[in-house]
Design a protein around this ligand. Structure first.
Ligand SMILES: C[S@@+](CC[C@H](N)C(=O)[O-])C[C@H]1O[C@@H](n2cnc3c(N)ncnc32)[C@H](O)[C@@H]1O
Length: 313
């Protein structure tokens, strides 16, 4: 793998999708479902608080479901509703990721694909198929590569902001097809894994990604640089503290989990708040079905509890 690149000084500038906005003259307004959310009026702290609260409630809900506490589930659903539900969360994700505060995480993916000479103005014949899970916008950098190396970007989200171009679907139940023609060269999971409220669910999500990737040898593309092809691959973006400040996770531990699925890390970048990684999937490698439990590897009172559990199903 190449050296980890870091961009501590630029805040979130190196990652996040562009805000779909209409300019009101007073600041941008993002229209999310029925909600009109003034992007600039919400401070970045308020945005962060909303996102954090949403994540906390989701985790509590998962725990209440697991405990069979239906009353508590109902209460939490009410609180989520009061926060504005998934739509408000998505609006916060978009506004908090405005150009001023962040950027478009798929810019990093495009940068890496350029490095391997897979996208760009001269790559008109190359037909990469991309599955973007958790898509908030059809105007991001990877979408702009359609016709420049990318054939299609299939976008899905639990709640579609653009019903014509983003399919409302849950990745965990999204149909898997064995036909190579409907598989993908690239799966993008940008800020989605951390949305899953429980550790075993995250493991299942990672395991599931390989089912959507084309096998090696079925990819009609060659890299023109002196580097191995990164295809098929997974682009994963996570909040940095998931990997640097968790009791149950480190970057190396995450890579071990990915290795067990047949993934090899190719690229890594850290901005001030996000971790970006590109993993090539070796379809010829048998998944080891190794078990990864929730084990404390990084003790500390001030750390978070982010974990990924792989059950040997
Ligand atoms: C924080 S947003 C990230 C959006 C964008 N990918 C980015 O990098 O900014 C997380 C999105 O993932 C979606 N999501 C979470 N779990 C999902 C699942 N199982 N299937 C499809 N979308 C999912 C949520 O609805 C939400 O829109």
């Amino acid at each position: 793998m190449g050296k980890v690149t870091r961009n501590r000084g630029s805040g979130l500038k190196s990652g996040r999708p562009p805000l779909s906005t209409t300019n009101t003259g007073q600041g941008s307004t993002s229209t999310v479902g029925k909600h009109n959310v003034n992007a600039r009026r919400k401070s970045s702290k308020a945005t962060r608080n909303l996102i954090n609260k949403h994540h906390q409630l989701h985790k509590s809900r998962a725990a209440a479901v697991a405990a069979g506490d239906h009353k508590h589930v109902g209460e939490i659903d009410g609180q989520l509703q009061q926060l504005g539900g998934l739509e408000a969360y998505q609006a916060a994700s978009l506004t908090g990721q405005d150009k001023d505060r962040g950027g478009d995480s798929s810019e990093r993916l495009v940068e890496w694909l350029r490095k391997y000479n897979l996208v760009g103005p001269t790559r008109t014949k190359l037909g990469l198929r991309v599955l973007e899970v958790g898509a908030l916008s059809s105007q991001n950098a990877i979408s702009r590569m359609v016709g420049k190396g990318v054939e299609i970007v299939k976008r899905i989200d639990l709640n579609s902001q653009e019903p014509n171009v983003i399919e409302k679907a849950d990745f965990m139940t999204f149909p898997i097809s064995d036909a190579c023609a409907v598989k993908y060269d690239i799966v993008s999971l940008s800020l989605v894994l951390n949305y899953v409220p429980d550790a075993a669910g995250r493991g299942e999500m990672l395991r599931r990604t390989t089912s959507f990737l084309r096998r090696q040898g079925t990819i009609d593309s060659t890299t023109a640089v002196d580097a191995p092809s990164p295809l098929p691959c997974l682009f994963a973006v996570m909040p940095l503290p998931c990997l640097t400040n968790s009791r149950y996770m480190t970057h190396n531990h995450f890579v071990s989990i990915m290795n067990s699925l047949g993934y090899e890390i190719l690229e890594r970048h850290e901005s001030q708040k996000l971790s970006y990684t590109l993993f090539r999937w070796h379809s010829d490698k048998q998944e080891t079905r190794k078990t990864f439990k929730k084990v404390e590897i990084n003790p500390g009172r001030m750390r978070n509890n982010f974990a990924v559990v792989m059950n040997n199903a």
